[in-house]
Design a protein around this ligand. Structure first.
Ligand SMILES: *[C@@H]1O[C@H](CO)[C@@H](O)[C@H](O)[C@H]1NC(C)=O
Ligand SMILES: *[C@@H]1O[C@H](CO)[C@@H](O)[C@H](O)[C@H]1NC(C)=O
Ligand SMILES: *[C@@H]1O[C@H](CO)[C@@H](O)[C@H](O)[C@H]1NC(C)=O
Length: 477
């Protein structure tokens, strides 16, 4: 028999042995949960990126908050490590969970319900951003969400919550009114600023370290004559020859509250690099075109802007939602855009996508007006960067072959170093939802780190919630 087939046989043998030997026996949990709960496996809880992803031995889909409590108590009692997901997008490499652990997937908790006056909305722990914007459109109200439909609403907000409405309504964490939370001992608490100021502070910025949010109440903003349910938004496409003009204009652009801007670098269908600037203006087309006159003045080769209803604002990012593949992402927070370092990053990216297997790798910049967020003091939540960071950059190496990991790493790190070298900050800062996982804790928790560490020891001393940028606990020196 050729050597090749022997090798394949050995691989199949070990894989069979591996998957057979390592699952979590959830029989005793079956009997505890309500009959609508579902017991699945990793195929029922797919993740956006397989790079550094957790490898749970079983997946539980609890049907009620009570089921979440029972699952946590069961896992703690049986010493089964667990982590929680809603959208499954978190790409950090901080997961240590293997096949002796379980995933708690909240996808059965996706209800979104508005109050009669439409000024409050209750969002289930597993709701996706698309669930929130769809319900908002139906009910005539806007909610501050992130800009990707497939991302879990609570996941996006518990890290900070940056999106198109940041300029007008502040960060996602600023719009939280209360949270139903299952804590490390399996108890359930309604956490508000009044009932539990410490937890309310910690959850809004470092949530996954402290509990499982099974639902949360957010402020919502009724659509009316002074609050349109539409925006002027869409993609302006530029050529690489226009890159320096685009960078110069963005670096000199001051965004007012109705504005938001993102820039993506990606290869087009013909393999040509495109500079795509997505403009967003919560208002009329005329006002939007005037606000973005400097960008339009460069002369985009394509203009895909138009008046778009609330539930379609995130349509431009839909293609980035596909699950699976390897997508390590290096993120950097910045106070400004430095054209020279961005040009250097462009060269790094252009070289990366020139390698076979990396063609779909991309660079993303999000810029938001932070004035409204900055009306609140830095200590109003554990999100630490509202007064310093306004530009959020990331590079995603997208490929499938694990043997390309080392090459992806070298390009990602190079881009990150270039951005950080001109980030305009006293301390490097990375939005936790954009970070890779190899950053030190000060880079993701900033000025909040000390108080977070103290609260971690109080609320989760055994480190049950230890998969997402884990804060140190008593047992872990
Ligand atoms: C997950 O469960 C399904 C249905 O029970 C099964 O067909 C599939 O092979 C399992 N997948 C894994 C990765 O274990
Ligand atoms: C939430 O959105 C997903 C994806 O679009 C959809 O499949 C699901 O039915 C929605 N759930 C609810 C409760 O609206
Ligand atoms: C920067 O913007 C200001 C007004 O916003 C304008 O007067 C100035 O010419 C711009 N500078 C450059 C280099 O584009």
């Amino acid at each position: 028999m050729p050597k090749f087939f022997l090798v394949i046989q050995w691989i199949l043998f070990w894989r069979a042995l591996g998957s057979g030997a390592c699952t979590v026996d959830t029989q005793s949990l079956h009997q505890l949960l309500s009959s609508d709960s579902i017991f699945g496996n990793s195929s029922t809880a797919p993740r956006w990126s397989d790079y550094g992803a957790p490898q749970p031995g079983a997946v539980i889909h609890p049907a009620t908050e009570k089921d979440v409590q029972l699952t946590v108590r069961w896992a703690v009692k049986n010493e089964v490590p667990f982590f929680v997901q809603n959208g499954g997008n978190g790409w950090a490499t901080t997961f240590t969970l293997g096949c002796d652990g379980i995933a708690i997937d909240l996808d059965l908790l996706r209800d979104v319900a508005f109050s009669d006056d439409r000024k409050l909305v209750t969002v289930g722990g597993g709701a996706l951003i698309s669930n929130v914007t769809a319900a908002g459109s139906r009910n005539g109200a806007l909610v501050a969400t992130g800009t990707c439909d497939c991302v879990g609403m609570q996941g996006a907000v518990l890290g900070g919550g940056i999106g198109y409405l940041t300029g007008e309504y502040g960060l996602g964490v600023d719009n939280v009114v209360s949270m139903n939370v299952v804590l490390a001992d399996g108890s359930a608490e309604i956490v508000t600023w009044k009932s539990s100021p410490d937890l309310f502070w910690a959850l809004r910025g470092a949530g996954p370290n402290f509990g499982i949010v099974t639902s949360a109440v957010f402020k919502s903003h009724p659509i009316g004559s002074s609050n349109l349910g539409t925006a002027w938004t869409g993609a302006l496409v530029y050529t690489p020859a226009q890159l320096d003009s685009v960078l110069r204009v963005i670096s000199n652009l001051t965004l007012t509250p109705p504005m938001s801007l993102s820039m993506t670098w990606a290869l087009g269908d013909t393999g040509q690099p495109s500079i795509i600037v997505s403009v967003f203006y919560h208002g009329t087309e005329d006002a939007g075109r005037a606000a973005f006159a400097s960008i339009l003045g460069i002369g985009p080769v394509a203009d895909g802007t138009g008046i778009v209803p609330y539930n379609m604002w995130n349509a431009g990012s839909a293609s980035a939602c596909a699950k699976g593949g390897r997508k390590p992402t290096w993120g950097v927070g910045m106070s400004r855009l430095d054209p020279a370092s961005w040009h250097a990053v462009y060269d790094v990216w252009a070289e990366l996508v020139g390698h076979a297997g990396f063609e779909h790798s991309s660079v993303l910049l999000n810029v938001n007006p932070m004035d409204t967020a900055r009306e609140l003091p830095v200590f109003s939540s554990s999100f630490p960067f509202r007064h310093t960071v306004s530009h959020f950059a990331s590079i995603t190496a997208l490929y499938t072959d694990p043997t390309l990991d080392a090459m992806a790493l070298s390009y990602g790190q190079k881009a990150r170093e270039l951005w950080q070298s001109a980030d305009g900050l006293v301390h490097h800062s990375t939005y936790i939802n954009n970070a890779l996982g190899d950053e030190d804790l000060t880079t993701v928790y900033g000025i909040s780190l000390l108080r977070l560490r103290a609260l971690k020891k109080r609320y989760d001393p055994q480190c049950q919630f230890g998969q997402w940028f884990p804060l140190p606990c008593e047992n872990v020196p």
